[in-house]
Write a protein that binds this ligand. Structure first.
Ligand code: GRF
Length: 211
């Protein structure tokens, strides 16, 4: 696995307060919580929001000692109202950095502005290739020899925004989506905690230089 982090990873100052948004199994949430517990990521997991009842992420949050907020998107007529409810839950826990980990909803400009753009996402391809759903199947259909995963800052358009870090994963002969997904997810679990550290460090360096 090849990691490209593009910046320094040292974090100085207070621990950033993370709020993880998850809709699915929550394996990336578990990896982030594990990295914090192991002292590999100097951050605090302050909140978890899940929008899907019964999602594995709910149990992962509890294992990490955080009671997740369950906010069902179906209960809101407008996306902006759902976004606002999620933002309120995160703010109530003092979240500074929003970490999307399998969050299957798009967020609007107001949400991004509420966190000064400190919103990260992970996508299972080497962006800008294979945006959107079924990224792993798209890579297999295209016949690429190398794919991977990307952590990026979230912008309004889906799977766009400045790239923070990428990890490459080779496609092996005979790979099906499930075999490739398993290897990409292993790469994600190694990459995401390091990318969070890199994004926080880069943001602090920028703020220091501006101040
Ligand atoms: C990950 O593969 C991520 O790239 C994509 O959704 C998946 C979430 O998996 N955005 P998990 O819920 O973290 O296990």
């Amino acid at each position: 696995m090849l990691l490209s982090l593009g910046g320094c990873e040292e974090i100085v100052g207070e621990r950033p307060r993370l709020g993880v948004l998850a809709s699915g199994a929550g394996s990336n949430l578990g990896a982030i919580a594990g990295a914090i517990a192991a002292g590999e990521l100097d951050a605090t997991l302050s909140a978890v929001v899940c929008n899907v009842e019964g999602a594995g992420a709910i149990g992962r949050a509890r294992e990490a000692g955080v009671e997740p907020a369950l906010i069902r998107h179906g209960g809101f007529e407008r996306r902006a109202d759902f976004d606002a409810a999620v933002a309120d839950a995160l703010r109530a826990s003092g979240v500074e950095w929003v970490v999307m980990a399998g969050w299957m909803r798009l967020v609007g400009r107001e949400f991004l502005e509420a966190f000064d753009g400190r919103v990260l996402n992970i996508h299972p391809s080497l962006l800008p290739s294979f945006k959107g759903l079924r990224a792993i199947e798209q890579a297999l259909d295209a016949g690429v020899a190398i794919t991977g995963c990307t952590v990026h800052e979230v912008a309004e358009n889906m799977d766009s925004g400045p790239i923070v870090a990428q990890a490459a994963v080779a496609v092996r002969p005979g790979d099906d989506a499930s075999a490739l997904r398993a290897r990409i997810q292993r790469a994600e679990h190694a990459l995401y905690p390091r990318a969070i550290a890199a994004a926080v460090a880069a943001d602090r360096a920028k703020t220091t230089h501006q101040g």
